[in-house]
Structure formats: structure tokens, C-alpha cells
Design a protein around this ligand. Structure first.
Ligand SMILES: Nc1ncnc2c1ncn2[C@@H]1O[C@H](COP(=O)(O)OP(=O)(O)OP(=O)(O)O)[C@@H](O)[C@H]1O
Length: 384
């Protein structure tokens, strides 16, 4: 803990900071550490959803309680409309089209970090934001000289959190440089275990709160299935082999994901996996495992973080899911199309995996690393 306090104590420049408080133990300790290191802290909670539960009313109360305990101001910003528009509607639309959309990175960019920084600057004159994410940020200039497969000059770097089991850098790949340069992640240096121990030692009232699920919407609705059922009416369709042979039926493609084997409800001579979700035909396509891997994929809407957009093929390690292991791949930039050019994330690339990959799901993020440094990331595109 002494090392974190030392790091925060030596942080260059402005020591006034808004802390994003969810009411959980991670953000509580983040605020407590910054206070202990002598920073001027104000708590900021985004009200994301109506209802009870730790993500809603309960979270707001716990966040207010922590601020009271630490003797710092607390602010609540009603962001329910933005969350509904940017996350809930986006998810429902994506699942309906047969994607496996990733809400968290989008939420961090469009709902949390950008809007929190804007609010803090406009309303409180605070230009820095801290959160309880397990990731690390190295300000441009402070970045240690390190061999990266691209030009990292003048860029703020994003690094994995030191706890390999909690590292959340994957969900932060889409943050723009202007945002990254204003962030502080005190917990990136800690393990989750150390966070719990320190929160208990400091007597923080949220120290014993149970870990939330990876996805807040699943927490809120009880399960992902319950969330989807609330928004998408059941739509009966077929489960088929790639040649069109009908093996069974389903009640909505949104309940399946690429690579899934269990719960298909079809019998075949060998185990089958979901290989494609066909939104137009409302079909789930299944095949034996050997047909469920991909040697390559196209990634779009890339956000380059710790290096400038490369002009040539580079070697990276890539994660195609939050919980997947980093795998070696070659990344080759693709020419921009007119549609790419119009978008705010114009860069696309092709990934050639060293080994065939399983569970490469359109809609999920492919995030590129060089060791602990997050280089960039983008969204896996549907085939063809
Ligand atoms: N509604 C919110 N308002 C403000 N900041 C938030 C909110 N939700 C999350 N955050 C910030 O993002 C960080 C990571 O959020 P995540 O949902 O992954 O929670 P977590 O890892 O369970 O953390 P915590 O224990 O603080 O809830 C939090 O630690 C907090 O700083």
C-alpha cells in the first residue's frame, strides 16, 4: 500500500480529482487512498438505472455514505437516459442482429469517462478523474522507454492491472488519448485481495460488499437471459448445420453465443458448437468443434491507444474476449472504406492468428497488447 501512496504523492501537477463512485469496495478504496495521499477529492456517482439493487438506489446510498465517512463532497448525476440510449438500446439491437455486443467498453467511453470528465470540469472545475479499475495509466513523457511494435511517441499508455485475475484494461481500450491523459487508477497497482484487506483495515463501510457480476445489467435483471427477455419478444427459429440440415428450434438467437456447446438442446453424433448467428434468417448455425475455429478475422472501429495507427503489419498478442488468454497474431492495417472514413473510428485491420481461435464472436472486442501495454482494440466484424 505504501508504494501506491508514494506513487499518488509524487503524481505530477494538479491534485484535485473527481472519483467515480459506484458504491462498491473498489471505488471506495480509490477515494480513500487519494484522500490519504493528500489529494482534494470529490465523489461523483452516475445514476444509471432506476430500481433497487447495488447498481441503482443502493449504490447511490453507499457512495454517499463513503463520502460522508471520508469527509468529502458527493454529487449524483442522472445519466439514466444516456445509459438507456447508449447501452440498453445498443445491446438489444445488436443481439437482435446476431451479434454478441460488448457493452462495457462502450459504456466506459460514451456513458462514464467522457461525461464524468465533462461534468467535473464544467460544474466543479476538476480536470482529473479517478476510478477503481484494475488498470494502469502512464502519462506521455513519463512512459518508460520500451520496445513497442509501433510509434508510441507522445502518447499516454494504458497498461494491464498488476493483478492478472482482475486486470480490466480490456474494457478501457476505447478511451481516447484526451481522456486517458486525465485519469488516475490507484488500484492498478494492487490485487483485489489487497484492496479488500486495506478497505477492512480502514473500516470503510463498503469493505464487505460482495463482488458484482461482470455485467451490471445481468446483476440488475438477475441474469442476462432475464434482461434480454424483458426487451426482445421470443422469436422461434431453427438450429441448423452449415449445410442447412435442421436439427432443432430455438426461441431467440440472442440467447446463444459463438462457441457455445452447452444448452443447445440438439442431439448429434458428436458435440456441436454455435458457429454463426444469422440475424436475417433468425437461425443458429452449429457445427463440430473443428469447424468452430477461425484462423483470421477483421476488426473495425479500432481505437489506437499506446501507439499511433501502424502503417505496416505488426506482431501483437490479442484477446478476443475479456476472459480469453492473449494469443499471438499478425495485425495488418486495411485500407479505409468510405463508410469507415465517415465514422469516428476509421481504422480497420485484419488479424491472422498464429493458432486457430475458438469463440471469435462478432460484436466482441479484439484488444491488442504488447506484454503489459495495451496497444489498441476494435470490434470483431461479422464475416463476409
Ligand atoms: N455509476 C457509477 N458512477 C460513477 N463511477 C462508476 C459507476 N459505476 C462504476 N464506476 C467506476 O468504474 C469503476 C469500475 O466499475 P465496475 O462496474 O467494473 O465495478 P467494480 O470493479 O465492481 O468496482 P466497485 O467495487 O467500485 O463497484 C468503479 O470502481 C468506479 O470507479
Amino acid at each position: 500500500m505504501a508504494a501506491v501512496l508514494e506513487l499518488l504523492g509524487a503524481w505530477p501537477g494538479d491534485r484535485r480529482v473527481a472519483v467515480g463512485l459506484s458504491g462498491g469496495v473498489d471505488s471506495s478504496l480509490t477515494a480513500a487512498l487519494l484522500v490519504a495521499a493528500g489529494w482534494e477529492v470529490e465523489g461523483l456517482t452516475l445514476w444509471l438505472m432506476s430500481g433497487k439493487g447495488s447498481c441503482c438506489a443502493e449504490g447511490l446510498v453507499d457512495a454517499a455514505g463513503i463520502c460522508e465517512q471520508l469527509g468529502v463532497p458527493h454529487h449524483v448525476v442522472d445519466s439514466r437516459a444516456r445509459f438507456q440510449d447508449q447501452i440498453v438500446d445498443f445491446l438489444v439491437e445488436g443481439y437482435g442482429e446476431g451479434l454478441t455486443p460488448l457493452p462495457c467498453s462502450r459504456c466506459n467511453r460514451a456513458v462514464k469517462f467522457g461525461p464524468m470528465l465533462e461534468w467535473a470540469a464544467a460544474e466543479r472545475g476538476l480536470n482529473r478523474l479517478a476510478t477503481g479499475h484494475y488498470a494502469r495509466q502512464r502519462p506521455a513523457g513519463a512512459a518508460e522507454a520500451q520496445a513497442l511494435p509501433g510509434d508510441g511517441a507522445g502518447r499516454h499508455q494504458l497498461l494491464r492491472g498488476l493483478d492478472p485475475l482482475k486486470d480490466q484494461s480490456y474494457f478501457l481500450y476505447d478511451l481516447p488519448q484526451a481522456v486517458l491523459g486525465r485519469l488516475v487508477f490507484p488500484l492498478g497497482e494492487l490485487t483485489k485481495e489487497a484492496t479488500r484487506v486495506e478497505a477492512a483495515r480502514l473500516g470503510l463501510r463498503t469493505a464487505e460488499k460482495p463482488e458484482s457480476q461482470d455485467l451490471c445489467l445481468a446483476d440488475h435483471h438477475g441474469s442476462m437471459r432475464a434482461f434480454l427477455d424483458a426487451y426482445l419478444p421470443p422469436r422461434q427459429g431453427e438450429i441448423v448445420l452449415p449445410d442447412g440440415t435442421v436439427l432443432g428450434s430455438h426461441d431467440g438467437i440472442e440467447h446463444f453465443t459463438i462457441g457455445q456447446r452447452k444448452g443447445l438442446g440438439v442431439a448429434w453424433s458428436e458435440p456441436l458448437h454455435v458457429v454463426r448467428l444469422d440475424g436475417a434468417m433468425n437461425r443458429v448455425v452449429v457445427a463440430p468443434r473443428r469447424e468452430a475455429t477461425r484462423q483470421a478475422c477483421v476488426v473495425g472501429a479500432i481505437n489506437w491507444v499506446s501507439i499511433a495507427p501502424p502503417e505496416q503489419t505488426i506482431a501483437v498478442e490479442v484477446q478476443v474476449r475479456y476472459r480469453s488468454l492473449p494469443e499471438p497474431a499478425l495485425l495488418s492495417p486495411l485500407p479505409e472504406t468510405a463508410a469507415d472514413h465517415a465514422a469516428d473510428r476509421p481504422h480497420r485491420a485484419r488479424l491472422d492468428f498464429a493458432e486457430p481461435q475458438f469463440s471469435v464472436a462478432p460484436g466482441q472486442a479484439a484488444v491488442f497488447y504488447c506484454g503489459e501495454v495495451l496497444l489498441g482494440g476494435g470490434l470483431i466484424q461479422a464475416e463476409g
